[in-house]
Design a protein around this ligand. Structure first.
Ligand code: ZN
Length: 105
C-alpha cells in the first residue's frame, strides 16, 4: 500500500513537470533575448522521445550557458529516429547561430 502511494505521487510530480514544460513552449512569444535584445522566434522542432536516455556533449555544457535563448539540445530541426515529439520552441536566432559557431571551434 505504501509503495502504491509512492508510485502514484511520483507520477503526479512527473505530470506536473510535463505540463509546466508545455506552458513555456508552443505559444507565440513577445519575449526578448536577455543577451542580444532581439525578439524571440517560434518554430516547430522535434524533441527527444522521453524513453530515450541522452546527454548533451561536454562542449555543449561548457558553452551553452553563454547563449541563454538557444534552442535546447533536446530538440532537432528534423524528425529523426529519436527526435519524435513535435513541439513549438521559442528561441533567439543569434543565440542559435553563435552557439553553433562556438561548438564548431
Ligand atoms: Zn540571443
Amino acid at each position: 500500500m505504501n509503495q502504491y502511494i509512492r508510485i502514484a505521487s511520483s507520477l503526479f510530480i512527473m505530470s506536473l513537470l510535463v505540463s509546466s514544460g508545455c506552458t513555456s513552449v508552443g505559444h507565440p512569444t513577445s519575449e526578448f533575448c536577455p543577451k542580444h535584445g532581439n525578439a524571440l522566434q517560434t518554430r516547430t522542432a522535434y524533441k527527444i522521445s522521453q524513453d530515450v536516455l541522452a546527454d548533451p556533449t561536454r562542449s555543449y555544457i561548457r558553452v551553452a550557458k553563454q547563449y541563454p535563448m538557444h534552442t535546447p539540445w533536446i530538440y532537432s530541426e528534423k524528425l529523426t529516429d529519436i527526435h519524435k515529439d513535435r513541439e513549438k520552441v521559442s528561441f533567439c536566432p543569434r543565440c542559435d547561430a553563435e552557439l553553433k559557431n562556438a561548438l564548431r571551434e
